[in-house]
Design a protein around this ligand. Structure first.
Ligand code: MLT
Length: 410
């Protein structure tokens, strides 16, 4: 027996685990020090009151014979699926109930979904990227082609960038076929850049032409405030080429509660095989669904009251973004994001993103995420999350100003 040797191709530890180890070591050496955490995108506000009420009710339901629930349907509670379907309707996207799958979160699903395609796929991943895309593909034995994004394309690559990356990978003998899968995250983690309708249309058209499938990560759609697409299905033709994966983690503070949803249109067919019934087969085999209690809590997110309350929390995170971007404006630091996304991606003073991480940790006790952790194209940049508490974000912004103002000539 040989374990999966693909694991040997991975970096020794996962980005956020590595950062947690570094901050843990710092705290061990400096006990009692307060850190201002703007690294991992973990929420700091409690769940919305409507969700808490629903969770309490669900616990009480489980205490009574008449309302007790055992196994839930593997693909999700029909009432919750209907609410998600109706939510897509408010975006102008018509779905059937059985095109919506409830999951335990987007990060789980982004890896699990690879089961639909089998090993040996050519996966195109725009870089800098959420590292789980890359790692999940490596674990599966897929070939990853990095599509570089940078300041010059506003961190929003176009299909011509994809063609070029494919040609280079072919020339280097790394791949022969492809593209098979194309990952798009918009609003983007880590850069906060958002694809316009025109730019997404170009990718949808290209994916269809190449017979590829887009894996669209919509985890940050609730942060969009301008007229930009929230869902890939707002683009004509996307139902024939895209899977969409979303989550309540950032939208409704479910990082520790865990619930997400995945959309697989019935019209998504490759080589004569429809992916939607394949995913039903997968889920009914590999999961027993999300717990009744959490699904009932999630239902409250999609009520009018729930929507109002989650948007109050999102407004708090957006205000954090404003506080941070105002500081970067005063310092004259270039950045993307922070407006339609909960991340701010700055050009890193000094250039070396891990050195900047260490400097912030040691000199002002502010924790961010080095751009290099999101791939080679991320070097020279640094990500701040807007999910911290408003108090911590203000202190961090003041500390960044005091640390950097002189060397940046302010
Ligand atoms: C991030 O910081 O990039 C995210 O919080 C990680 C995640 O969603 O798993």
């Amino acid at each position: 027996m040989t374990p999966n040797t693909n694991y040997q191709k991975l970096k020794e530890s996962y980005l956020f685990h590595h950062i947690a180890q570094k901050t843990g070591k710092y705290l061990e050496e400096n006990p009692g020090t307060k850190l201002y955490r703007m690294g991992i995108g973990d929420v700091s506000l409690p769940l919305a009151p409507a969700v808490i009420t629903a969770l309490h009710e669900a616990v009480d339901d489980q205490a009574k014979k008449a309302t007790f629930h055992g196994y839930m349907p593997e693909v999700g509670d029909p009432e919750l699926r209907e609410l998600i379907r109706a939510f897509y309707g408010t975006r102008g996207v018509a779905l059937d109930l059985d095109e919506v799958f409830v999951s335990s979160g987007a990060s789980d699903e982004l890896g699990d979904i690879l089961d639909l395609f089998g090993p040996g796929q050519v996966s195109m991943i725009m870089e800098p990227a959420y590292p789980a895309y890359v790692d999940a593909n490596i674990m599966t034995g897929n070939s990853v082609v990095h599509v570089p994004a940078g300041k010059e394309n506003g961190f929003l690559p176009v299909p011509a960038d994809g063609e070029k990356a494919l040609a280079e990978a072919r020339a280097a003998g790394e791949i022969s076929g492809g593209p098979d899968l194309i990952y798009i995250c918009s609003p983007n983690n880590p850069t906060g850049a958002v694809f316009t309708k025109e730019k997404l249309t170009a990718w949808v058209d290209w994916a269809k032409e190449k017979d590829a499938v887009i894996i669209f990560d919509a985890a940050y759609e609730a942060f969009i405030e301008e007229d930009l697409p929230h869902s890939i299905y707002e683009i004509p033709g996307a139902k024939e080429c895209a899977v969409e994966i979303c989550s309540l983690s950032k939208t409704a503070g479910f990082t520790g509660t865990r619930l997400g949803y995945t959309v697989i249109p019935k019209t998504l067919v490759r080589a004569g095989l429809a992916l939607n019934p394949m995913w039903v087969r997968n889920r009914t085999t590999k999961t027993n669904g999300v717990s009744y209690i959490i699904q009932k809590g999630a239902r409250a997110v999609f009520t009018d009251e729930g929507q109002k309350q989650i948007h109050q929390n999102i407004a708090v995170y957006k205000e954090n973004g404003r506080v941070l971007t105002e500081t970067f404006d005063r310092l004259g630091i270039w950045y993307t994001g922070g407006k339609n996304a909960p991340y701010i991606w700055i050009q890193c003073p000094g250039g070396d993103s891990w050195a900047f991480f260490d400097r912030l940790l040691h000199e002002v006790q502010v924790v961010g995420t080095p751009g290099e952790g999101f791939g080679a194209c991320g070097e020279g940049y640094f990500r701040f999350s807007c999910f911290g508490s408003p108090e911590d974000t203000r202190v961090a912004a003041d500390r960044l100003w005091l640390l950097l103002k002189e060397e940046l000539g302010k």
